[in-house]
Design a protein around this ligand. Sequence first.
Ligand code: HSE
Length: 339
Amino acid sequence: MELKICLIGKGTVGTSFLELLKRKKEIIKERYNCECKLLAIFERDGALINEDGLILDELLNDSIDFRENKFWKKNLKAKDLISKLNLDVCIDATPTNPNTGEPALTHIIEALNNKIDVISSNKAPFFLEYKRIKELANDNKCFIRYEATVASCIPALSIKENLIGNKITQIKAILNGTSNYILSRMTSENIPFEIALKEAQELGYAEANPNLDVGGFDAAGKLVILANELLGWTKTIKDAKIEGITKITPNAIKLAKLDGYVVKHLAIAENDNLIVEPRMIKKGSPLNISGTLNIIELQTQYAGPVILIGKGAGGFEAGSAILNDLIYIIKERKKIGSN
Ligand code: HSE
């Protein structure tokens, strides 16, 4: 089997995915008898296109600007070429625009309308237009995977496949590393909010606009996707009640501490409600994780809580989630082919 793919967005996540694909390409070929052929990489100002397949080694050499590559053409746009390239899978790793979901939303719709499977690490289309995208994928019988959108490599969405004999009834989570880092530093070292935010930005976790982190919107977007996927809801970010951490004072944290509590920025889906807000939790609670980690506690009907913890962001973390999705699609396509 040959799988013709394109990547849209060669930023940190896109480049990490390419690096992992380079490392795993041979294993995928041996294990699944599948040749992954990268036909195109789109960037904002142009594209690299070779219908015989781009050579990953050439593209991942840091000392050579990929725009110098002989297959680079300026001003080509993914939205114009997705339908023309004879693709099997379109991977979108563009940056998140929380207001419009663009350009990823257009890419996803264009791919699905042309019966091309989709993988996305861009979350905005899914917290803005979840129902529309899922219906379109269904109507066109396409696979659509977006594990990297929530907590990167933590199997936050695919856990559903492993709990199929159970029922998830509630979600409690910490889904924004930046806010958790800030609250952790304010709690353990009495560091003021502004300094802790600056530190988090230096760690490279914060969004370009950190208000999306500390205002709770990033966590709310991820919560919407989680709830839709795991609880079967069809909500959008407009349905979420969102309160950030900007009003949390060192004094509030100190008082909570005296009583054995910590302040955490929780994302909760329960009783048909989506809530992101600071809450006091017992110091000994499993949700009391520190630093930039993410945690997802799923309440299940027959087995109590199931908890996932890990890094919620980072190039290789998200890149490996994209590769998981790609291998999932390869395995499913093989099953269909062998029927
Ligand atoms: N800004 C996000 C965070 C990165 O701090 O968790 C991952 O979406």
